[in-house]
Design a protein around this ligand. Structure first.
Ligand code: ADP
Ligand code: MG
Length: 582
């Protein structure tokens, strides 16, 4: 159980603030996370680690000389938003580019990807290194689909050391990817973990059982089995890792025996007593191995074993000095110099004055009304959507949608009050939605709304054809980011029928309000039909069979929202048509 908290929803934020206070000589809190206290004397590549909270010392505990330049800190087990990643990057970058590095989770990939697009558009060199070390999460033939777990530590360490030594962005990225290619981890969980304030664990295992390969957020692993003696557990872990020795590997390895949160160091030492001799007997030299808690999962009981096959390039980087709040090695020179300004001013000063025509502002009022109607609808449907998501997903869809629409409506209202046109009102709503909702659907809805707004623009209420193009832009952005296809059992199954039906009817000369109604009916029918599908994307995928018979929650909410928004979004467009015909 997690026992120390105030309001559970403030837990991650309060933990970060306390951490930054106690380590104020090394780190400094900035919007979205934390960065090193001191600006580098010379421009250097900023290595930014990130992901959800709950994994300390990953990720903020690894900020410091020879390691990360900053960490983007999401809520517990939740990807940080693109806005957070962007803000931390702006605070940390010093002129030699930025590399985001994180475990391969859908939300992180989308959010860091979007932040990268935004940084690149500003001329900042940026790249991403994904960690995929968990051998239990996909077969070797699909290693690019694997999740990142404790191998994060080795990959980040290699990149941090390379950047500290002055390597340029391309070189830091190359070395990070090489370290990842040569890193494998297998974990085993003995009991679940509990969110602050939750009465029941996120998942649980029967007493006396262990889940081999179980993910750090409770994702399904290989199999559950009786908890073996330490010796047999060590043999199982070592055997599975060595079976995946990368081609061309040498005989020098970095090893991490990692506790997942509530496994005692003494237990780890007992296990090390089996693991180390087995590795040595297999002919390996263990280079500066680590036993301890380096990547955790709240209060989960469990262990993971990581091996990185070193070579002449990687070994010096693994051995290089580091000085961070949670990890110190060798004689890293403690930094001094000018305190980082945090870049806050840059990030907050981006809101330029809005420019819009009167007719676009009128349409923006209709857009706000559409959002307000959606807000009432989602509050009413929150529990039902949550129950649908709990069947095979994690039960947070209703909550996430409510958080998203509340933030979006407030942002839209504020933008409208400052004279924004429809494009800016919708884009602000989208950004706020993505920033506050959490979850995959929040990222997609936020990015989709922004794309819709950009297509609508700020110069006039959209013509019917332009409205159809904006719907298409919304759909394209969601498909581009989420990469789901028709039949994967996601919101895309309701969205694509809507977009093509609306575009087709409008092109055939239908009145927009009627066309929208017909398209919304098609989306509703398509959402209901997802009941017969197995989920192929998102969190529901591992428990696919359980979801048979229940429609996809994201498709359901999308059809509901499009239905209720129709009269508001088409009113102005319809008037334009009438005007043209007169
Ligand atoms: P999370 O899955 O992160 O908990 P939510 O519960 O809010 O997020 O949303 C779940 C919904 O998100 C699913 O029902 C599905 O419609 C949608 N979804 C998940 N992954 C994708 C994807 N890759 N592309 C499009 N939609 C997706
Ligand atoms: Mg969910």
């Amino acid at each position: 159980m997690t026992k120390i908290f105030n309001d559970p929803s403030d837990f991650a934020e309060e933990a970060l603030a306390g951490f930054c206070d106690i380590h104020s000589g090394l780190v400094r809190q900035v919007p979205g996370g934390a960065v090193r206290c001191f600006r580098p004397a010379q421009p250097k590549v900023a290595v930014l680690a990130g992901g959800g909270s709950g994994h300390y010392p990953a990720f903020a505990g690894l900020i410091g000389t020879g390691f990360a330049d900053g960490a983007v800190v999401g809520n517990i087990f939740t990807s940080p938003s693109a806005q957070q990643a962007y803000a931390v990057a702006k605070a940390a970058e010093s002129g030699a580019g930025v590399v985001f590095t994180y475990g391969n989770y859908a939300g992180d990939v989308m959010n860091f990807g979007m932040a990268s697009e935004r940084l690149a558009a500003e001329g900042i060199a940026v790249d991403n290194v994904l960690v995929t070390d968990d051998i239990a999460s996909a077969p070797p033939s699909e290693s690019e689909k694997r999740r990142g777990i404790a191998g994060d530590f080795t990959v980040f360490k290699v990149m941090g050391a390379a950047a500290e030594a002055g390597a340029d962005l391309a070189e830091v990225v190359r070395l990070g990817r090489k370290a990842n290619d040569r890193t494998r981890t297998i974990g085993s969980a003995f009991s679940g973990c509990t969110f602050p304030g939750a009465e029941t664990p996120l998942f649980s295992l029967p007493e006396g059982q262990m889940g081999l390969g179980l993910g750090i957020h409770g994702e399904p692993g290989l199999f559950d089995t009786d908890l073996p003696p330490a010796k047999a557990l060590g043999e199982e872990l070592v055997g599975r890792l060595l079976a995946e020795t990368p081609p061309g590997a040498g005989n020098r390895i970095a090893v991490i025996l990692n506790g997942l949160g509530s496994t005692k160091h003494e237990e780890l030492f007992v296990l090390w007593g089996t693991v180390a001799p087995l590795l040595r007997e297999a002919g390996y030299t263990l280079v500066m191995p680590e036993v301890g808690e380096l990547v955790t999962s709240l209060d989960m009981a469990g262990v993971s074993l990581t091996v990185t096959w070193l070579d002449g390039e990687l070994e010096p980087l693994w051995l290089a000095p580091a000085d961070t709040p949670a990890y110190r090695r060798g004689n890293a020179v403690r930094e001094g110099g000018p305190v980082a300004d945090g870049g806050t001013s840059d990030v907050e000063a981006t809101s330029a004055p809005f420019v819009a025509t009167g007719s676009s502002r009128d349409y923006a009022t209709a857009c706000l009304a559409a959002l307000e109607a959606t807000q009432a609808l989602l509050h009413e449907a929150e529990e039902r959507l949550g129950r649908m998501d709990a069947i095979a997903g994690d039960g947070d869809h209703g909550r996430g949608m409510v958080r998203g629409i509340d933030a979006a409506t407030a942002a839209a209202s504020a933008a409208l009050g400052q004279g924004a046109g429809a494009g800016d009102v919708l884009a602000s709503a989208g950004d706020a939605w993505a920033d506050k909702a959490g979850g995959t659907s929040g990222v997609l809805w936020g990015a989709g709304l922004r794309a819709f707004g950009e297509a609508v623009g700020n110069s006039a209420a959209p013509e019917p054809g332009q409205l159809a193009a904006a719907v298409r832009a919304f759909a394209d952005r969601i498909v581009q980011l989420g990469k789901a296809e028709t039949g994967d059992k996601t919101m895309v199954d309701a969205l694509l029928p809507f977009a093509s039906s609306f575009a087709g009817l409008v092109a055939a000369g239908a009145e927009p309000a009627r066309a929208w109604e017909d398209a919304a009916r098609a989306a509703t029918a398509a959402a209901e039909a997802t009941a017969g599908l197995l989920p192929l994307k998102g969190r529901a995928r591992p428990l696919a069979e359980k979801s048979l018979g229940t429609p996809d929650p994201g498709a359901t909410s999308l059809a509901m929202i499009f239905t209720i928004m129709g009269p508001h979004l088409t009113a102005a467009a319809s008037r334009e048509t009438v005007g043209v015909r007169q």
